[in-house]
Write a protein that binds this ligand. Sequence first.
Ligand SMILES: Cc1cc2nc3c(=O)[nH]c(=O)nc-3n(C[C@H](O)[C@H](O)[C@H](O)COP(=O)(O)O)c2cc1C
Length: 158
Amino acid sequence: MAAEKICEQLGQFVSHCADVSKSEPEELQNYDILLLGVSTWNIGEMQDDWDEFIPRMEGLDLSGKQVGFFAMGDAIGYSYNFLDAMGQLWNVVKELGSPQLVGIWPTEGYEFDESEAVYDDNHFVGVGLDEDNEPDLHDERIKGWLMKIMTDCELLPS
Ligand SMILES: Cc1cc2nc3c(=O)[nH]c(=O)nc-3n(C[C@H](O)[C@H](O)[C@H](O)COP(=O)(O)O)c2cc1C
């Protein structure tokens, strides 16, 4: 649902919206900009479809690409592992040719204790969406994050 919302808002800028469970890793090499979404399960663990996909990504070359992340998580139920899988996924992706990270997102406005998705003192690697506690903030967060993505990727007219 989050991916569909993102595609809808990006409109003409999206060339392909895919489900990781029905995709091949090589497909990632076909695009200049990748927006990867992942949820965290089982207390700080990778979501199942990604868990199967990640080992098959070995050997991919994502150099020169720009990569952004969005993630589903539960800040109240899993406050010590909030959005962990997003940080884990970035750690995998950055080893595949050092692609450029775009769309880092402020941690301000989220209440959590610990997260592997923290990028620096006040940012996550990408945007966090908390369907369990803050679904009303999705639209605003996605909109703001996409604006950041467009800016980082220099897609906005100057
Ligand atoms: C058993 C279980 C474990 C979860 N573990 C985490 C977790 O460690 N960290 C987190 O941020 N969210 C956690 N969540 C919350 C999910 O990531 C969240 O509900 C998300 O919206 C699920 O999205 P999906 O159904 O698209 O995978 C967990 C949820 C369940 C049911």
